[in-house]
Design a protein around this ligand. Structure first.
Ligand SMILES: Cc1cc2nc3c(=O)[nH]c(=O)nc-3n(C[C@H](O)[C@H](O)[C@H](O)COP(=O)(O)OP(=O)(O)OC[C@H]3O[C@@H](n4cnc5c(N)ncnc54)[C@H](O)[C@@H]3O)c2cc1C
Length: 455
């Protein structure tokens, strides 16, 4: 293999400036390639990006939460983001989950070695019986000894039942965690993907892996906008065609030595003409086989700070027909999460995963319903005025993380063209860490194919 020198710098196209495409662009440029980044929209970040709202100012298309276990995402951010930005990028919270109605509280103690913190987190939790704690501890011990993959692939509910988890453990702990990380109902969600998240976040040997990292800046300012200056960008350019050549690849009418396709799975097939699709029919079947789940974020500005007792709290959301009267699952106090841009107004963000039940609710009704749910659960009776609200329904927020979902690898039938995206076979559900890992492994794969090696 040939090392990369100035004279041999490969010219690479990256299509899509979501977190996967940006990870690939950052890595490729760091490893000596000349990168052109194509993006349909005018803002980098894809499904995790900033949006300007006339009434609410700069917000995100959806409230995000990262984990201390997101090692690759944090590594790239620390490398690409100026130190002054990096230092204020997150509000870092040691693992602390509490419910609005005060019935449940779990927090990692801030003393002792990691193993002790992990052991005590459950045993000191409020809201579980001793038997619950014993059963949950047994499940975690089992998962640890199985090295993160326990048994056959099945649904999360079946796996939890197999380990005799009580209704209360499921309702307060496992179901909220499953919905928040897999965006898929526990009756349908993949046990293996859930186990991977629990293993990395709750059982990791890395210090701070359990920390919750709430972005303190808007999502584009957090990292995406710091990658773009490293490469040549073409915003507002929707790529229509990718054509494998005998040597290299044509992206619309420009020729490159290699290409990373980092757009959503449902858009990839359209990039290839019929004859190329026929050369790998299995891949195109797999790409068409994803189902998607929505996430709704409702931002609310209030006439005074709300002062939640924690920066984020779990809500007691309803199921079935009560899902529209108690739709909220999580609430974030944006004044506490983003202290640098705190205002005299209260700013809350409500998050609803797998939010099919509220998609058709009028914006204002949703905001009112969420506020009434919140004040009811907190037992607060002082009236609070809503100044403005805005809901984002991201209909294809994530793929449905169901058992046996086929996911393609980075490599394709053609040398020099690779795939990246949270939907590739990363072992993670549809989360930022999966997207970033995919971008990095796509880079490794592409440079190996092109015979370029240096890191
Ligand atoms: C509301 C919401 C909340 C979420 N919450 C969390 C969370 O709390 N924690 C977490 O870790 N993850 C969360 N996620 C998931 C996370 O945002 C995604 O996993 C991640 O952003 C996916 O990145 P990606 O690069 O794979 O894809 P995308 O972000 O979809 O990027 C693809 C990019 O390609 C561009 N594109 C498409 N077609 C073309 C074309 N033909 N030519 C050029 N460009 C094109 C698109 O405009 C887009 O910018 C959330 C997602 C949503 C929507």
């Amino acid at each position: 293999m040939n090392p990369i020198t100035e004279a041999t710098k490969p010219k690479i196209a990256v299509i899509g400036a979501g977190w996967a495409g940006l990870a690939a662009a950052s890595e490729l440029s760091n490893r000596g390639c000349r990168v052109t980044l194509f993006e349909s929209s005018h803002t980098p970040g894809g499904r995790a990006r900033q949006v300007f709202d006339p009434a609410l100012g700069m917000i995100d298309n959806g409230q995000h939460l990262l984990l201390g276990a997101y090692q690759e995402t944090l590594r790239l951010m620390a490398r690409d983001v100026p130190k002054s930005v990096w230092e204020k990028a997150f509000t870092r919270l040691p693992l602390r989950l509490s419910s609005t109605d005060g019935q449940f509280r779990m927090s990692a103690p801030d003393f002792g070695p990691l193993w002790l913190k992990q052991a005590l987190t459950l045993w000191l939790a409020k809201g579980f019986t001793l038997k619950d704690k014993w059963l949950a501890t047994q499940l975690l011990r089992h998962l640890k000894s199985a090295n993160g993959v326990d048994g056959d692939e099945q649904t999360v509910t079946r796996w939890l039942k197999q380990h005799r988890q009580s209704e209360r453990l499921i309702a307060f702990l496992w179901e909220p965690l499953c919905l928040a990380t897999l965006n898929t109902d526990i009756d349908q969600a993949s046990a293996w993907l859930f186990q991977r998240i629990i293993f990395d976040a709750l059982l990791s040997q890395l210090d701070n892996a359990t920390d919750l990292l709430v972005p303190a800046l808007d999502l584009t300012g957090l990292w995406p906008e710091h990658v773009c200056p490293k490469v040549s960008t073409q915003f507002g350019h929707t790529v229509r065609a990718v054509t494998p050549l005998e040597k290299g690849v044509r992206v619309d009418d420009q020729v490159f030595e290699g290409c990373v396709i980092a757009i959503p799975a449902h858009g990839v097939t359209r990039l290839f003409d019929q004859s190329n699709q026929q050369s790998d029919p299995h891949l195109f079947d797999v790409l068409g086989g994803f189902e998607y789940r929505p996430i709704t974020t409702c931002y609310v500005a209030l006439d005074a700070p709300f002062g939640l007792e924690e920066p984020l709290l779990m809500m007691r959301h309803g199921h079935g027909s009560s899902a529209s009267t108690a739709p909220g699952q999580w609430v974030f106090d944006r004044n506490r999460c983003q202290p640098l841009s705190a205002t005299e107004n209260g700013r809350l963000a409500f998050v609803i995963s797998d939010s099919q039940a509220v998609l058709s609710m009028p914006q204002q009704d949703l905001a009112l319903s969420l506020m009434s749910q919140l004040t009811g659960e907190l037992g607060r009776h002082t009236p609070i005025g809503i100044v403005a609200s805005r809901s984002f329904h991201e209909k294809r927020a994530t793929f449905a993380a169901t058992p046996h979902q086929l996911r393609p690898r980075n490599a394709l039938a053609w040398q020099g063209i690779v795939l990246a995206g949270d939907w590739t076979d990363t072992g993670y559900p549809s989360v930022l860490e999966g997207a970033v890992r995919s971008g990095i492994s796509a880079t490794d794969c592409l440079l190996a194919q092109l015979g370029k090696t240096n890191r």
